[in-house]
Design a protein around this ligand. Structure first.
Ligand code: ZN
Length: 70
């Protein structure tokens, strides 16, 4: 997480993060907005989102996500 704001390239596709960055819903990757859009089309996205919400409810602040499967 510390490198989130300093890293220059997308963890997933390697593209420069000049167009914006966001945290993956599936794991702790820092990804570009294109990869985020792809995640949102992933059939497991809602499950990932739900798992994240439940972790937050449990007070789990460093939830690792359910893992990314392209
Ligand atoms: Zn990317």
């Amino acid at each position: 997480m510390d490198k989130f704001f300093s890293q220059k390239y997308c963890d997933r596709c390697g593209k420069e993060l000049t167009g914006g960055r966001t945290m993956s819903m599936f794991n702790e990757d820092c990804i570009c907005l294109e990869c985020k859009a792809k995640e949102q089309e992933n059939p497991a996205y809602q499950a990932a989102q739900k798992a994240e919400m439940e972790a937050v409810k449990r007070g789990e602040r460093n939830f690792k996500g359910i893992g990314y499967k392209p």
